[in-house]
Ligand binder design. Structure first.
Ligand code: SAH
Length: 343
């Protein structure tokens, strides 16, 4: 008989397990608090449970189906986790601390590999293996908390995979993060390369977390050269869908733009972008390209970054430049493609 996996289950499911195994229903709430509010490493640490209940749990349950296979710590304190899944696949998460803030931000994956094929991204080189289950998504945060003893305050769906192509498990995991882990909706960000029907679905759900869009180009021509998804969902249609999204939800979107030398970083590109998003309620997050050995794309000159930022700001946008984290351990944006998962 396979073990009952605890992390990722809701209260009703844990109650059912307890009752089916001759325990009183109210014990479930205790287990549930240990899992989600304390992230214990071992069921034997659930100290307010009777010995017999703990024994039952250690015999018949397992905290997680995924496990930490490897962990790398960057000079800047960023930690990259490699997780092994039950079927032998691997996936990754990154935990970032920012010196001047109490926030602890975890970047998590929704798929093993990715099917989107963006030409500049290392994860794309892995191809797509499979969706993660909502439990596997939730367990990434659980294991990070259990490992560090710290509470993750912000969650970004910016690891491996396209979150909107694993829609139900994305939404299921957000529900648990909000209701159980008590992470506020505004502290959760989902990044997408622009799957229009699912953006519309989020709008209809009145999605209250932050939607970030990997735009990376000022127009269809440049976008389709670097992001194959643009062949299916055209630039102008994407901007229209995003406008609709902001109107329906009342929420601003984040436009992510990876600056790559001589690809999309000219003054002309900045001016085009400013016009394209001028009527879109949005903030802009500029990302300096993280070079890697698998690709020939280069990072922009410092002067191009500043000019690009200035032009967007002059058009009235709030612009931030994303801090590079964990580059020395290949934990920065677009670098999540461990040797293990490439096998
Ligand atoms: N599929 C989703 C989630 C991935 S988020 C999406 O596309 O938004 C990862 C972000 O890092 C994306 O914006 C991606 O385009 C960007 N990225 C990929 N390779 C990068 C690199 N080498 N340097 C900087 N950013 C990169």
């Amino acid at each position: 008989m396979s073990e009952f996996i605890l992390v990722g289950k809701n209260l009703e499911e844990i109650e059912k397990f307890m009752v089916d195994n001759g325990q009183s229903k109210f014990r479930a709430k205790q287990v549930y608090n240990w899992l989600y509010l304390k992230s214990v490493n071992d069921v034997n640490d659930m100290t307010d449970l009777p010995f017999a209940t703990r024994q039952l749990l250690s015999e018949k349950t397992k905290l997680c189906s995924i496990s930490i296979k490897d962990k790398q710590v960057s000079k800047d304190g960023t930690i990259k986790y490699l997780f092994e899944l039950e079927d032998g696949n691997y996936t990754e998460s990154v935990l970032m601390r920012f010196d001047n803030r109490a926030n602890l931000t975890a970047c998590i994956s929704t798929q093993v590999g990715c099917a989107m094929g963006c030409s500049f991204c290392a994860t794309a080189k892995l191809g797509f293996k499979r969706n993660l289950t909502s439990e596997e998504i939730i367990q990434q945060i659980f294991l990070i908390q259990a490992d560090t003893g710290l509470k993750v305050t912000n969650i970004v769906y910016m690891g491996q995979g396209e979150p909107l192509l694993n829609f139900d498990n994305l939404i299921g995991s957000i529900k648990i993060f909000r209701e159980q882990f008590q992470v506020g909706a505004r502290r959760i960000t989902v990044s997408t390369c622009g799957i229009i029907p699912q953006i519309n679905k989020l709008a209809d759900m009145n999605f209250q977390s932050t939607l970030a869009i990997s735009l990376h180009a000022p127009n269809q021509e440049i976008r389709k050269n670097i992001m194959p998804v643009a062949n299916k969902y055209k630039f102008d249609d994407l901007i229209t869908a995003l406008k609709q999204y902001t109107e329906q939800t009342g929420r601003r979107v984040t436009v992510e733009y990876v600056l790559m030398k001589d690809i999309n970083d000219s003054v002309y590109d900045a001016e085009k972008l400013a016009v394209a998003i001028s009527r879109l309620k949005s903030n802009v997050n500029l990302i300096v390209y993280n070079e890697n050995e698998k690709s020939s794309f280069k990072k922009p000159l410092k002067s191009s970054i500043q000019k690009f930022k200035y032009i967007l700001e002059a058009s009235g946008k709030k612009v931030t430049i994303r801090l590079e984290r964990g580059a020395d351990i290949d934990a920065a944006c677009g670098q999540l493609s461990s040797r293990m998962s490439a096998e």
